[in-house]
Ligand binder design. Structure first.
Ligand SMILES: Nc1ncnc2c1ncn2[C@@H]1O[C@H](COP(=O)(O)OP(=O)(O)OP(=O)(O)O)[C@@H](O)[C@H]1O
Length: 264
């Protein structure tokens, strides 16, 4: 593992007008890691990601590849990091191949059209995750799971190896959630680095080298999955009880169902 982090966040503060969201956040991401960012609804996970991508501006230090993000254009950031949002609909009826070719934008000169090579890279990205058969389908007509895969192919076509994913399994059916986690594992073994938010401690146990927990505008835990995901942490962050069990040599998080729980 490299000694210098690819992403470095120090003492980051951010507010939406008077609503303080981040109050002194420190985070580092090293090449080769798969970091899962956990925390309750509204704790600021997506805000932190937007700050790292320079889509918002806060107070404190954010560096990508040892350089302050203030010195980067958005195109420069895209030459280091690919962002994979939750699947969404574009207002335009792009085909899958056109969506994936958009991953090449940071490599193109201003106003230049994608070249034959850009299309070849995009096709290879589709092949890499076995969705080449979708290439001429309309992106807007795909299922949620297929859209998420196309956004992942677009990130691969960007030819960077650091991926930031915001709740990658949101809206996916159970099978597609597990298949996507397995794919993240496979890509990680091929050298890709991931920072991903998740609402599932169990997924963080299955696919992470490190787990970071946010609450109350701060990072409250940062360590290996088994150090961080404990019954005590689950109760203090989510206000539910859960057992951490070992199944087939993997740690798993199993919530304990209580009959008279108050629903929020
Ligand atoms: N554009 C905005 N303007 C004002 N407040 C916002 C805006 N976006 C988010 N917030 C608020 O900032 C806080 C953090 O939101 P954020 O989306 O970063 O949380 P999150 O941890 O990603 O939540 P979730 O897990 O529900 O997706 C929330 O209280 C939210 O209501």
């Amino acid at each position: 593992m490299e000694l210098k982090p690819i992403i470095e966040v120090k003492n980051l503060h951010f507010s939406y007008k008077k609503h303080r969201v981040l109050a002194g956040v420190d985070l580092e991401l090293y090449r080769g890691e798969v970091v899962s960012l956990l925390g309750p609804n509204g704790c600021g996970k997506s805000t932190l990601i937007k700050l790292i991508l320079k889509l918002l501006h806060g107070e404190g230090e954010i560096k990508i590849a040892s350089k302050e993000i203030g010195k980067y254009s958005h195109k420069d950031i895209a030459s280091h990091v690919a962002y994979i949002p939750q699947y969404n609909n574009t207002p335009f009826n792009y085909t899958v191949l056109e969506m994936v070719v958009m991953g090449r934008v940071s490599k193109l000169d201003f106003f230049a059209l994608p070249s034959a090579n850009d299309y070849e890279v995009a096709n290879k990205a589709l092949e890499k995750i076995n969705i080449e058969h979708l290439h001429d389908k309309a992106f807007g007509q795909l299922s949620g799971g297929q859209k998420q895969m196309v956004l992942l192919a677009r990130a691969i076509a960007q030819e960077v190896n650091v991926f930031i994913m915001d709740e990658p399994v949101a809206g996916l059916d159970y099978g597609n959630q597990i298949r996507l986690l397995e794919l993240i594992n496979e890509l990680s073994a091929q050298g890709y680095t991931f920072l991903k938010t998740t609402h599932y401690p169990d997924h963080a146990l299955l696919v992470s080298s490190r787990v970071v927990v946010m609450n109350g505008g701060k990072i409250i835990a940062d360590g290996t999955p088994s150090e961080v995901i404990t019954s005590k942490m689950i109760e203090s962050v989510y206000d539910i009880k859960a057992d951490i069990i070992t199944h087939d040599s993997h740690k798993r998080c199993v919530p304990i169902f209580e009959q008279k729980r108050e629903v929020i």
